[in-house]
Design a protein around this ligand. Structure first.
Ligand SMILES: [Zn+2]
Length: 200
């Protein structure tokens, strides 16, 4: 069974006798008197029961927090594409599990422009990107994720964003205002001072 939480999906444990709330669309009765409950206010989430999940999972790129995912592996993958970093990182067949928020945060940590072409990165820049991706994801995990609207009971990572949703506010590295542009049809937040479009 594969569960994709999407925007507002949430899993929680509750005693079976507890009344379900209106967003709890799927209940799994466990053998200990508890339920595993899938709650999803926006109904974007998906639950799939598959005989063989490998076909589905093989469409996904590597898991960036896996111990075996190395900067060298990232370098090889980046070099195979001539795409801008922002849409490439959002492509789930390139890397698994990085969405709009984490892409913007990772690129700011790495000091790389969102429109930088993937096959032009030096090895040092690739290592910075590799670290940036992992640091952004680890920060999200540390704060139990981000709650960007009322529907998700999750964490408070939204109070620690470096760039996402902070257009006009000062960059925490240099003090210049964070800018918002659109790249590949996605709102993109970055610091034009720290993330230069072309590096010398
Ligand atoms: Zn800056």
């Amino acid at each position: 069974m594969l569960i994709h939480l999407r925007m507002s999906g949430d899993l929680r444990l509750a005693p079976t006798e507890e009344a379900r709330d209106r967003f709890e669309h799927t209940l799994f009765h466990l053998d200990n008197g508890w339920d595993l409950r899938f709650s999803d206010a926006r109904k974007f989430g998906r639950i799939s029961l598959l005989r063989d999940p490998t076909e589905f999972l093989s469409q996904l790129g590597p898991e960036p927090l896996a111990p075996e995912f190395s900067a060298e592996q990232l370098a090889k993958k980046l070099a195979k594409h001539k795409r801008m970093l922002k849409p490439l990182l959002l492509d789930q067949s390139f890397l698994a599990g990085i969405g709009n928020i984490y892409t913007d945060e990772a690129l700011h940590i790495a000091r790389l422009h969102p429109m930088r072409r993937s096959d032009t990165l030096s090895m040092d820049e690739t290592v910075s990107l590799w670290e940036g991706i992992r640091k952004a994801l680890e920060a999200g995990l540390l704060h139990n994720g981000a709650s960007i609207d009322w529907v998700y009971r999750g964490g408070d990572y939204q109070h620690h964003f470096r760039v996402y949703g902070r257009a006009g506010e000062p960059c925490m590295e240099c003090g210049n205002p964070i800018e918002r542009i659109v790249v590949g049809q996605r709102g993109t937040h970055f610091c034009a001072h720290c993330q230069l479009e072309v590096r010398e």
